[in-house]
Structures are given as C-alpha cells and as structure tokens.
Design a protein around this ligand. Structure first.
Ligand code: GTP
Ligand code: MG
Length: 137
C-alpha cells in the first residue's frame, strides 16, 4: 500500500488527545509504520513549512509548531494521502465535515490539531525529515 505522513500538533498533545486521535486513525484502516513523540526546533519548523514563508501567518505557524511536543507518524493504507486528508477534514475546523479529526479536536484554523501530507512526493519528503529508513516499518 502507499504511505502518508502526519503530525499530531502541539495543541492536540497539550489537550491529551494522542490516544483518541491514534485510535481514530488506526480504526479507519491506517497501519502505523513509524511513530514518535518529538519537538520541532525553529529551524525544523521553518524548513518543514517553507512553502508558506511568504504567508502572513508564517511566524505564528512556526511559533505554534515549536511550542511543545508533537507526535510524528508514518501511515500506510491504499490511497493513503487522499484518504487521510478526508479523515482529518478541512484546514479550518469550522469547514470540516462532521466526524473528522479536525472537527472533533481542532480549535481554530491556526491551531488545527493535525497535519496530513498533500501529495505522495511530500509524504516521502516529510517522512524522511522525521524518520530514518530503519525507523519505518
Ligand atoms: P497541514 O496539514 O498542516 O499542512 O494543513 P493544510 O494542508 O490543511 O493547510 P495549509 O498547508 O494550507 O496550512 C498549513 C498550516 O498553516 C495549517 O494547518 C494551519 O496550522 C496554518 N494555517 C493555515 N492557514 C492559516 C491562517 O489563515 N492563519 C493561521 N494563523 N494559520 C494558518
Ligand atoms: Mg498543507
């Protein structure tokens, strides 16, 4: 099957939602092939979100993503990238469908609980950013 990359963002970890979110992910048919609690440095976050560097919220985004630990994971499922984006819901939780992870666990567009890769190519880049080959099963 193919793979996607996710992060449970600092707000989700702070609120104690790690278990509930991982439960929803695995019960939706995703296999966890890599998993860790980690914290991004400022350099990490700037690099990871470099595509957004001209956006007005870039500084706020980097501050948010570095303020506490995250859970990074690589997930495997047929059609992983697209199916995972459906599972997490729209960027703004107000627009997210009922039952999606962001609808249930995100507070706002800026603190939206979870990341999902937007392409197979980015999934590969993002997984390699956080995990060595030996850490991916
Ligand atoms: P990711 O899975 O985290 O990449 O989210 P996404 O693909 O649904 O959204 P996008 O890549 O466009 O934006 C990346 C992240 O920047 C979002 O998940 C939010 O955390 C943050 N973000 C996006 N739009 C805004 C905004 O208008 N204001 C603020 N403060 N943050 C935003
Ligand atoms: Mg994105």
């Amino acid at each position: 099957g193919n793979r996607t990359f996710t992060m449970l963002k600092p707000d989700a970890v702070e609120k104690g939602h790690i278990g509930a979110i991982l439960q929803q992910i695995t019960s939706s048919g995703f296999r966890i092939v890599a998993l860790k609690l980690t914290q991004m440095t400022e350099d990490d976050a700037k690099t990871f979100y470099e595509i957004h560097k001209e956006r007005p919220f870039y500084g706020e985004l980097v501050e948010y993503m570095t303020r506490g630990p995250i859970v990074a994971a690589v997930l495997e499922k047929e059609n992983a990238v697209e199916d995972f984006r459906s599972l997490i819901g729209a960027t703004n939780p107000e627009d997210a469908a009922e039952g999606t992870i962001r609808k249930k666990f995100a507070a706002s567009i800026s603190e939206n609980a979870i990341h999902g890769s937007d392409s197979d190519e980015n999934a590969e880049i993002e997984a390699a950013f956080h995990f060595s080959g030996r850490e991916q099963f």
